[in-house]
Design a binder for this molecule. Structure first.
Ligand code: B12
Length: 428
């Protein structure tokens, strides 16, 4: 049996130059799915990540399996159409088909809703009997879920050498703009910790990127995870909410487990905006202290900020750059508020007739797809671009590098990388 797995490109990938591509880390989705193909099928598997590999147009595949997020949905659908016409059985899964299964169903022979650890092996059983179903829905809603070690050997060799791993896939927060609560519910799934640790050990590396959407989400699980990681003496970077800095026990364990950098969603420097979207973990008055705490432990902070909340004005967004530097963020990242389909934000804006396009290509957090409250969509688009340029002026980069003390070289390198990224962003 010949199987082709595809991660389709979208705007975010189109914008990658050679430099940013070389900083890409290996995605886990397709390598994980490849590991779920029953070994007895002896399948011949090809993986194409259109972000790094050339798109494939030729070949004779029994099954073509495509993953997609909202911004790559249109490309995913056209890939399904293409391969279906060539005679392959097409299947679709990932965030967007999970959020919009009926839409996805019109394009592929089978659609997968949710995580596929159990449904994908079931599909192969049905497929080999000649009775595949149009829809496979993950029944398990939360708890521990075993995940196979991804077949990383099938991935392109072009990625950054630091391997990616994942332990907990859920987040207990209910931010109205985030897809995670609608994708996996608030309790979410997590891997048995022993299984995760065995995978880390088998990779035999000193550094890792943890893809968990929120490492501090499930406190009990996080404590166990950090305690078990500590003796391995590895360094890792990952995603967390900033309130972890206030939890003395968890923070301490996080540091001892080898945390070498965090990515945190600050989202806004306005408390009303945070409240408005349900980001209850954040309080602006605590940002500076939290960042200093990370710095005190030698941990740099990559902070993500969202533009376009109802309290934002063009001026307040432009001024936000100064506040960010004042807080001490090492590397700021900006995105445009995006009401992903099936999120509560989308429902709210749709009710208010504020969605201006349902062209999923634009749902990449770099394009305005809704009517903002205090500015026009064009103004928000232009402000997004201007804020990036302002934040990555050389003098600001130098100041951040200087402030970072312990990580000057890494700080400058990452900031220069983002300056390059900012230059390639869509201008209004
Ligand atoms: C790592 C990551 C990235 C990486 C790698 C992306 C990738 N496509 O693999 C990078 C940094 C490049 C990235 C970029 C972006 N990302 Co991202 N990313 C994630 C993250 C944190 C983890 C994904 C992961 O690897 N999980 C581990 C693997 C094993 O699980 P999985 O992907 O969920 O796959 C399982 C199931 O979904 C299912 N499945 C998935 N696909 C398929 C396909 C088939 C055929 C089948 C059978 C099953 C199946 O089976 C798998 C095994 O259970 C998720 C959050 C999350 N927890 O899901 C966000 C997430 C997927 N990203 C998101 C977004 C918005 C983006 C960007 C648009 C952001 C931006 N502006 O840069 C871009 C889009 C890039 C793109 N075209 O994919 C959103 C998607 C929301 C949505 N509605 O589309 C998520 C859900 C985050 C969020 N908080 O909302 N991302």
């Amino acid at each position: 049996m010949k199987i082709l797995f595809i991660l389709p490109y979208d705007n975010t990938y189109h914008r990658r130059g050679n430099f940013t591509r070389s900083l890409s880390y290996a995605p886990l989705t397709l390598a994980t799915l490849a590991a779920l193909v029953p070994a007895e099928l002896n399948a011949d598997i090809t993986i194409i990540d259109e972000g790094v590999d050339e798109p494939l147009t030729e070949g004779d595949f029994d099954i073509v399996a495509v993953t997609c997020v909202t911004s790559s949905a249109k490309r995913a659908y056209s890939l399904c159409r293409y391969w279906k016409e060539k005679g392959s059985y097409t299947i679709l899964g990932g965030s967007h088909p999970t959020l919009m299964p009926d839409e996805a169903n019109g394009f592929a022979d089978s659609v997968f809703i949710g995580l596929a650890e159990k449904t994908f092996p079931q599909f192969f059983e049905d497929f080999t009997k000649g009775t595949p179903k149009p829809v496979y829905r993950a029944e398990q809603k939360c708890g521990l879920l075993s995940m196979p070690t991804p077949h990383r050997d099938l991935l392109s060799k072009e990625y950054m050498k630091i391997p990616t791993v994942i332990a907990n896939r859920g987040c207990h927060n209910n931010c109205s703009f985030c897809s995670i609560p609608r994708l996996y519910g608030n309790d979410g799934f997590a891997r048995p910790i022993g299984e995760f640790i065995e995978e880390v050990k088998s990779l035999k590396q000193k550094r890792y990127i943890l893809l968990d959407p929120n490492l501090s989400s499930n406190r009990e699980y996080a404590i166990e995870l950090f305690k078990t990681l500590a003796p391995l003496k590895v360094k890792w970077g990952g995603l967390t909410t900033i309130d972890v800095a206030e939890d003395i026990e968890l923070f301490d364990l996080m540091v001892k487990s080898g945390c070498g950098g965090i990515l945190a969603g600050f989202e806004s420097v306005n408390d009303d905006s945070l409240k408005g979207v349900g980001k209850n973990t954040n309080q602006v008055s605590k940002y500076k202290q939290a960042v200093s705490k990370f710095h005190g432990a030698g941990i740099p902070v990559l902070g993500c900020f969202v533009l376009g909340f109802d309290n934002d004005t063009v001026e307040s967004l432009y001024d936000m750059v100064e506040v960010i530097d004042e807080i001490g963020i090492d590397v700021p990242r900006f995105s445009i508020l995006t009401p992903f389909p099936n999120t509560s934000l989308f429902e709210q804006y749709d009710r208010q007739n504020r969605i201006i396009t349902k062209d999923w290509d634009k749902y990449d957090t770099m394009h305005v797809v809704f009517e903002p409250k205090n500015m026009t969509p064009q103004e928000l688009q232009q402000t997004f671009y201007d804020v990036w340029q302002k934040a990555y002026k050389t003098k600001r980069i130098m100041r951040r590098g200087h402030n970072s003390k312990r990580n000057i070289f890494l700080n400058l390198l990452t900031n220069i990388g983002f300056k390059y990224y900012a230059r390639r962003l869509p201008n209004a």
